[in-house]
Design a protein around this ligand. Sequence first.
Ligand code: ADP
Ligand code: MG
Length: 339
Amino acid sequence: MTDIIQLLPDHVANQIAAGEVVQRPASVVKELLENAIDANSSEIKLILKEAGKTLVQVIDNGKGMSTTDARLSFERHATSKIRSAEDLFQLNTKGFRGEALASIAAIAHVELKTKQENQELGSQIIIEGSNVKSQDVAVTPKGTSVAVKNLFFNIPARRNFLKSNTVELRHVVDEFHRVALAHPGIAFSMYHNGSELFNLPLSNYRQRVVNIFGSKTNEKLVPVEEETEVLKVSGFVGKPEYSKKTKSEQFFFVNNRFIKSPYLNHAINAAFEGLLRDGYHPTYFLNLTVDPKTIDINIHPTKTEIKFDDEHTLYAILRSAVKHSLGQFNVAPILDFES
Ligand code: ADP
Ligand code: MG
């Protein structure tokens, strides 16, 4: 008999996990922004160089970490957000897998600085490809800064697979929009190669949409409000004349998390039936609130797809809520005179 099975060393396991969690700079942006939100920050700053290929840095003013936690945060399956499997069905946080920092540190150069309130000094950790290079005390403001440099430095195939800076930056901006829309109560700013791209003050939801998509958006928003036992809907749909040839302004948030759902998207299309020109898509910014027990977020590592217990009911409520709003605001169909 010959035994050939071995447990993989941590750094190899982390690199494998990273393959799922980190596809591109935008994935790093998503994970770091979500961690900053989970830390109860009121102000979050995103700094990028070369579309995030050489630097993604997120600075928050949240609760920070103790020295021990700062080191532990880079271990795989290390999380402060859940304690048991039951907690998966009552999630109030963006994170819970405890994989992001371990994965990112396996494939980049990471510098973390963090300090909790009421502490004189904070800590600083430098990790390169899962190797801890240094851990020191540091003078740093309350909150956490994570700088991720040279993404995929040790995986040339992945690095070469990245698209142009224009394309990668577009992915980053998309991710930034999703997170900023889900949290209008937090101030966000974003800088790229030294210039400010966004500065979003704390605001209400309508203002946040307008701050991101421009002041012309304001008059085109139709409010949608509905509350039933199983689903609360709030937010806006764009008037039919504000429909687009792309699906770039379609946003569903479920319990403050951006999700993709072709099925629920269909409910909106159905509500717009007869109102749009061929080839145009509705725009919408809709927040759905459901009991966390009725959804499963843990079906994909990036957590942008979720499973609902009763999709059909949600579909019906959503469709009728949007239809009702469009009717109430006297939205007329766009007649296609050209055809
Ligand atoms: P998860 O978010 O799934 O718990 P992560 O790998 O993203 O896993 O982070 C691990 C842990 O590190 C978190 O559970 C949290 O305790 C801590 N942490 C990460 N980022 C921050 C931050 N910006 N502020 C405070 N704590 C953080
Ligand atoms: Mg996380």
